[in-house]
Design a binder for this molecule. Structure first.
Ligand code: GDP
Length: 673
């Protein structure tokens, strides 16, 4: 099937739906696809038939894990919906999605309002400069209240809400909304929206709220202020234009409401996406990028790789140029060319083939065999490297073993494929035990990965208990440590002499400098020394853990006319730093997590005790109407299994989230020598 191809980036909206787990993202996505005609049946999350969560495991867990990009059409625009995982253990996927989005809908639960996890995703969207529209969902639920949710948006997210709708009816009697811009009532009877005058009983309240919206907008927007002062009211057109400007500048956030489950409020939300959120042309070119011009040379970012039964699909965000079927593209980072065999627009779990795609668009391609998430694919004659999305380092490992030893090869291949799709997963062999170690960002991250292998390969695997990845750091440095690398065995010899200083440098992974003067060590050899030092960081002197947080300076050295080489200096750097580290006072570091626990007040004391017993440091406590939110920094090793523990301790009323938050000194550090 061939489809009409959009040729101008102006009609594209690259949209994400950001939400706390359970706020209704999956249901809303499903309703969007239904409303836009991309699907013809409504899936229900409870029945496990939704379209974006097409991975069986996601269906079972009921959480959205794998970012699926789905295209649909609304009011002459193409909406590319990028699914973002709601669970913080998958923060890397969220980062990769945020990198390619131009705008987002933030979904909040109409009963719970802004939850701690929504706060952290919100802040990261702000950091990425992604404009947002807020959707207060579940207004049909008992206890749901738009005003309370709006207050939590104002207080917890510190933004100015621009409330553009008034709900009609409460809880189970919630039937629609008043569009305050046009002062029209939108009601849903079954699935079809109807439009009519504002009901008499709501007219006074709707007028009051429209006035409130006008005042708020006038305060923030000079154009609207002018009309506010000169006219009895601001026109719908001026208000809409001002809302669009304020959304894009981030000075305010439009708030809409509805019930995804009851299919109420979805169409006006889509109108807001098209009307207020930016197109690829409206967002400034990202560093080093070309403008979103279809005629420019191609520049595209691979943000997701997905291996399916039909082969390997690479999801691309096109920043510039036009990609055509059959094109040869350069993977700029790897310096390798790949051929784009097919360009696919993904519609839920189906694909439609297209001949080309233009700047600003998001498509999947088949053909590229090796491009990884984060890779730049560009025109070979016009190479360019886009800034890759940040990747967090794996901090937790588990040993994975097949039940039948004959399955070892299949298991290794399956794990390697997972790691290929997800740069925050790594697979290696423990040199001491020979076991296969899978490393990732958190307990759940690894559980989900192993579960995928079990299902997709039908493998029975045994999984060890999770272990954290320790690091070593320099507490007290050394200076003037000499190292002479000399080898004389027949032919050409090797000679390199280096003198190194090592200092602690907290917050830096590894910094290297040279103060050698008089050309005593030529520049290319200095580079080789730096490389050698980097090699030495793989295994620290305490327990063979990676070393971080240090500055190394090459202060002196010597060469030999015949026997010096880059190889010799690299070896000198490696063994020289190893010797120097052995003389430093070193300390062990362990990963820590930023933990948020929300519990009813009567359970708070118990949780504080738990966290203290787990070596946690409480960083904050906030009272909410129905709960207490406790934040703490806890060693990641102590967080394992805590979600289960909390559930039983709070009779299922507590929620818990953990996010890797760097490294802190660990107990068991040997005393400085
Ligand atoms: P996600 O975790 O954010 O993807 O949330 P889901 O879409 O899976 O929804 C979580 C639960 O809330 C499911 O049981 C949904 O049926 C339910 N839900 C979603 N939207 C609504 C809504 O508007 N009203 C009500 N009452 N329930 C909803």
């Amino acid at each position: 099937m061939r489809r009409h191809t959009v040729e101008t980036p102006a009609v594209i909206r690259n949209l994400g739906i950001l939400a706390h787990v359970d706020a209704g993202k999956t249901t809303l996505t499903e309703r969007v696809l239904y409303a836009t005609g991309a699907t013809h049946r409504r899936g229900e999350v409870h029945h496990g038939t939704t379209v974006t969560d097409f991975d069986a495991q996601e269906r079972d867990r009921g959480i959205t894990i794998f970012a699926a990009a789905v295209s649909c059409a609304w009011a002459g625009h193409r909406i590319n919906l990028i699914d973002t995982p709601g669970h913080v253990d998958f923060s890397d996927e969220v980062e990769r999605s945020l990198r390619v989005l131009d705008g987002a809908v933030a979904v909040f639960d109409g009963v719970a309002g802004v939850e701690p996890q929504s706060e952290s995703v919100w802040r990261r969207a702000t950091a990425h400069g992604v404009p947002r529209v807020a959707f207060v969902n579940k207004l049909d639920r008992a206890g749901a209240d738009l005003d309370t949710a709006v207050a939590s948006i104002r207080d917890r997210l510190r933004v100015t809400p621009l409330v553009a709708q008034l709900p009609i009816g409460r809880e189970h009697a919630f039937t629609g909304v008043v569009d305050l811009l046009r002062m029209r009532a939108l009601t849903w009877d079954g699935d079809t929206p109807g439009e009519g005058p504002v009901p008499d009983g709501l007219l006074a309240e709707a007028r009051r709220r429209r006035r409130l919206l006008e005042e708020t907008v006038a305060e923030l927007h000079p154009g609207a202020l002018e009309e506010f002062c000169a006219e009895p009211e601001i026109s719908a057109g001026t208000l809409a234009a001002a809302l669009r400007d304020l959304t894009r500048s981030g000075d305010g956030v439009v708030v809409l409401c509805g019930s995804a489950y009851r299919n109420r409020g979805v169409e006006p939300l889509l109108d807001a996406v098209v009307g207020y959120l930016p197109s690829p042309l409206d967002v400034p070119p990202v560093r080093g990028e070309r403008a979103a011009d279809p005629a420019a040379p191609l520049a595209a970012l691979a943000f997701k790789v997905s291996s399916t039964a039909t082969g390997r699909l690479t999801f691309l965000r096109l920043y510039a140029g036009t990609l055509r079927k059959g094109d040869t593209v350069l993977d700029a980072g790897a310096g390798r060319t790949e051929r784009v065999a097919r360009i696919l627009r993904v519609q839920a779990d189906r694909h439609t083939e297209v001949d080309r795609a233009v700047a600003g668009d998001i498509v999947a391609v088949s053909g590229p065999k090796a491009a990884r998430p984060g890779a730049t694919l560009c025109a070979p004659e016009s190479p360019l490297l886009l800034e890759p999305p940040s990747t967090a380092e794996p901090v937790v490992s588990v040993a994975v073993e097949p039940r039948r030893s004959t399955d070892a090869g299949r298991l290794a291949a399956a794990l390697a494929r997972l790691a290929d799709e997800d740069p925050s997963l790594t697979v290696r062999t423990d040199p001491e035990t020979g076991q296969t170690l899978l490393s990732g960002l958190g307990e759940l991250h690894l559980e989900v990965a192993v579960e995928r292998v079990r299902r997709e390969q039908g493998l029975t695997v045994a999984v060890g208990s999770p272990r954290v990845a320790l690091r070593e750091t320099v507490v007290r440095g050394v200076s003037g440590v000499p190292y002479r690398h000399v080898k004389q065995d027949g032919g050409a010899g090797q000679f390199a002499h280096v003198v190194l200083d090592v200092e602690p440098a907290e917050g830096t992974g590894f910094a290297f400098a040279s103060t050698v003067t008089g050309g005593r060590v030529p520049r290319e050899y200095v580079r080789a020394v730096a490389e050698g030092c980097r090699d030495a960081l793989a295994e620290g002197p305490i327990g063979g853990h990676p070393v971080t947080g240090l500055r190394v300076t090459l202060t002196d050295g010597a060469t030999h006319v015949r026997d010096s080489s880059e190889l010799a200096f690299r070896a000198a750097g490696r063994f020289g730093l190893r010797a120097a580290l052995g003389a430093c006072a070193m300390a062990l570091l362990e990963p820590v997590a930023e933990v948020t626990v929300t519990v009813p007040e009567d359970a708070a004391g118990g949780v504080l005790g738990d966290l203290a017993a787990r070596r946690g440091k409480i960083t904050g406590m906030a009272a909410r109407p129905d709960a207490v939110v406790i934040t703490a920094t806890v060693p990641l090793a102590e967080v394992f299994g805590y979600a289960t523990h909390l559930r039983s301790r709070s009779q299922g009323r507590g929620t818990f989230s953990a996010r890797a938050a760097g490294y802190a000194p660990a107990p068991g550090t040997p005393a400085p020598r």
